[in-house]
Write a protein that binds this ligand. Structure first.
Ligand code: SF4
Length: 72
């Protein structure tokens, strides 16, 4: 699978998140370089637009993404 098309500007991928987990590189390999369609940040960006993605949302926070998307 190819890389996520948001890697150039994504705060998580570019290590600009203050709550970056110690496992960030593992998460990048799981989501950004493989299963990016199931990334929580991607889910919110697709549904609501990139400007609606919380700055601290981690790729693995699927439940939180679902709550954000369905909150409207
Ligand atoms: S964190 Fe999600 S949106 Fe950002 S580059 Fe990785 S897969 Fe794409």
């Amino acid at each position: 699978m190819s890389d996520c098309n948001l890697t150039s500007t994504c705060p998580f991928f570019n290590d600009r998140m203050s709550n970056k987990p110690a496992t960030a590189e593992l998460i990048k390999s799981m989501y950004c370089k493989d299963d990016f369609n199931n990334c929580a940040r991607m889910v919110v960006a697709k549904a609501l637009g990139r400007d609606k993605v919380p700055v601290d949302l981690l790729p693995s926070q699927a439940q939180r993404a679902l709550e954000i998307v369905t909150a409207l």
